[in-house]
Design a protein around this ligand. Structure first.
Ligand code: ATP
Length: 341
């Protein structure tokens, strides 16, 4: 339904979007992720028609959108810079897009009621926007974006300003809602947790290019590069040379899954794949900080050689800070990443 063909946007000599190809299928939720400045908002703005591409094309249902203004693209926008109208009540905010399209007053009222039920704010039509909590305002903004039944809903940091607990709850609600409505969604977020919980596919961006596209599970299991691995929060990445099922690294020999690419590469060892034993077993390390994360502990280990290692262990197995332990590696939790460029 949405196709980007080699979409390019330049600011001066720099490409904020560098020949990006992307397809979003009908009923699909795609989340674009990436560090600050990687081009996420630029991608959304090009699709929305808020910024013309300097090269390439944007197609919606096969139709080239060159020259088509924002309000003619059939999109629902929920952008940070499209805040609610503070002096209008909830009903008037949700009805905005319908009024613009000349929908009759009766139909507007009916649709607004429907939308408010849908986003969990039944009967809120006459409430003042300023008197709503952040989460409620977010729901109103969503109802407003959905009201004209857009063919594509575009969200920019949809839950950005909300606190963590509320975000986690809303993200599940959104996913259920989009599934039920069959809405096609393109969302941008810098929060990986949010993207992974919401998306059918995630797009990881770096310097205006796509670093990886895949389902959350694919990207999580097999990051395409050291960049993606680090972006996902995996810091145990070292240079390695793989021969058979063994990677030679600064940490010593690390077992890797059968069928891994051979030769020079980057190697990711997930924290769950670092086993902590006695100093006689494996790589000698001094135990640094321990961070309690609900049902496990993240332990930072300083090995006798090579970069810091993060290990994950059960609460009762967490070693004392300052003690010396031995680290072993589990092949099932290692991923051979493509060679460095
Ligand atoms: N109007 C503009 N003029 C000049 N440069 C711009 C403009 N808009 C964006 N850029 C540059 O383009 C690059 C991509 O910006 P963009 O806002 O798309 O990134 P982003 O991934 O959305 O970042 P963030 O997460 O911080 O919002 C950045 O280097 C940014 O400085």
């Amino acid at each position: 339904m949405l196709t980007l063909e080699s979409a390019t946007v330049r600011f001066g000599a720099r490409a904020a979007l560098d020949a990006v190809d992307l397809e979003v299928a009908e009923h699909e939720t795609v989340c674009v992720l990436g560090p600050s400045g990687s081009g996420k908002s630029t991608l959304l703005r090009v699709v929305a028609g808020l910024h013309p591409p300097d090269g390439g094309r944007v197609l919606l249902d096969g139709a080239d959108q060159a020259g088509v203004p924002v309000h003619r693209r059939g999109l629902g926008l929920m952008f940070q810079d499209h805040q609610l109208f503070p002096h209008r009540d909830v009903g008037a905010n949700v009805a905005f897009g319908l009024r613009m399209r000349g929908v009759s007053r009766r139909d507007q009222e009916h649709r607004v009621g429907e939308l408010l039920d849908l986003v969990g704010l039944p009967g809120a039509e006459r409430r003042a926007v300023a008197a709503l909590s952040g989460g409620e305002q977010q729901r109103v903004a969503l109802a407003r974006a959905l009201a004209p039944r857009p063919k594509l809903l575009m969200l920019d940091e949809p839950l950005g300003q909300l606190d963590r607990g509320l975000r986690e709850r809303l993200v599940v609600e959104l996913r259920t809602l989009f599934g039920r409505l069959g809405t096609t969604v393109l969302a941008v977020t810098h929060d990986q947790g949010e993207a992974f919980a919401l998306a059918d596919r995630v797009v990881v961006m770096r310097d205006g290019r796509i670093a990886q596209v895949g389902t959350p599970l694919e990207v999580w299991r097999r990051p395409a590069s050291a960049f993606v691995a680090r972006f996902l929060g995996f810091d145990n990445v070292v240079g390695a040379t793989v021969a058979g099922t063994v990677a030679d690294t600064v940490w010593g020999e690390v077992p890797v899954p059968g069928g891994s690419p051979q030769g020079a590469c980057d190697l990711l060892v997930r924290p769950a794949g670092v086993r902590i034993g006695t100093p006689e077993e494996g790589l000698r390390c001094v135990v640094g900080t321990r961070t309690f994360r609900g049902n496990h502990v993240a332990v930072r280990l300083t090995p006798e050689r090579g970069p810091v290692l993060e290990a994950e262990c059960a609460l009762r197995d967490a070693p004392e800070e300052g003690t010396t332990v031995g680290a072993g590696f589990d092949a099932a939790e290692t991923v051979v990443l493509p060679a460095r460029p």
